[in-house]
Each structure stands twice: as structure tokens, then as C-alpha cells.
Design a protein around this ligand. Sequence first.
Ligand SMILES: [Zn+2]
Length: 177
Amino acid sequence: MTARHCQHCGGVLAERACADGRRREQCERCGEIAWRNPLPVAMALIESAGRLVLIRRKDAPLAGWWAPPAGYVELGESAPQAALREAKEECGLDIALDGLFDVYSRADVNVLIVAYRAHAVGGALEAGDDASEAALFAAGAWPQEAPPASGKAIDEWLYGVIRDIMARWRPDNPKEA
Ligand SMILES: [Zn+2]
């Protein structure tokens, strides 16, 4: 593996034990710590006619599994804005957010998921971008999928996150169903 370099001065980074006992990469020249933080992902739990929008993922992690639309928050946008953008890109829907559903985080996984409740306000349901299919599922009629066998922590975790959502999500307006 090639050495990583300091973003401040270009010096070589080396892993060191910090005063608090954690091991972090630190610049051998200027002493700056190269902080590594989980990347935030915004996820949209989109209700449409009493059902939840799921897309079949094209890419890792969990390629081939059904999941709510989600993607990395980019610089220049807020987490809610990222949720809106990802929904449009992955399933063609214009959405409005209805508040936070939950935040998912695990120590050995380098992403953190912020999941919002949302409802469709326009557009047409259609798989796009990182999705091979997009469909609506009623609570209790979720796609039955086996756990991933990759042995990767992120696959196992994301599978668990999706199952937690399926167990807890209920439509706000079940009468519309
Ligand atoms: Zn440096």
C-alpha cells in the first residue's frame, strides 16, 4: 500500500497512538492528525398511496437487494437536500420530507445513515441511476431476501438497517392505501 500524505503539507502519514489511546494517522512533518470520519448518507423512506418506495440496488454494498433510495451527502448540500436529490435520481420521484425517521451508525462501518420519512409530490416512479428496479411495497408485504453472505460488516449492517426499517415503518395515511 502506498503511503498516504498530509493534506496540509504533503508529509507522509504514519499511524500513531494518540493521548486518548486511539490510533490515528498523523503527519510525520507537521504533526496534523488525518481525521477519518464516517461518511453521511441520506436515505428517503418515501410513502406513496400508503406504501413504501424501494429500489433494487445495482451497486455495492448489497447489490441486488431492495432498499430505500439513499446516497452520500455531498459538499454544497444539506442532508435533507441529498435525500431529495437521491430520490429523484434513483426512483424518479419529487418528494417532500416529513421529518427524521432514525439515524443508523455502527463503530466498524464507515458510513452513517440519516433516514427521513417522506412522501411523493410529483414525478413518476421509475428506476434510475444506481437502481435496476423501483417499486411500492405495503408494510408486511416486504420482499423476502436472504442475508448477504459476503462476510462484510457494511453488508451485514445495511441488511439489518433495512430490516429494522421494514419492521418499524408504517404509512402516515393508511386510509389512502
Ligand atoms: Zn503535514
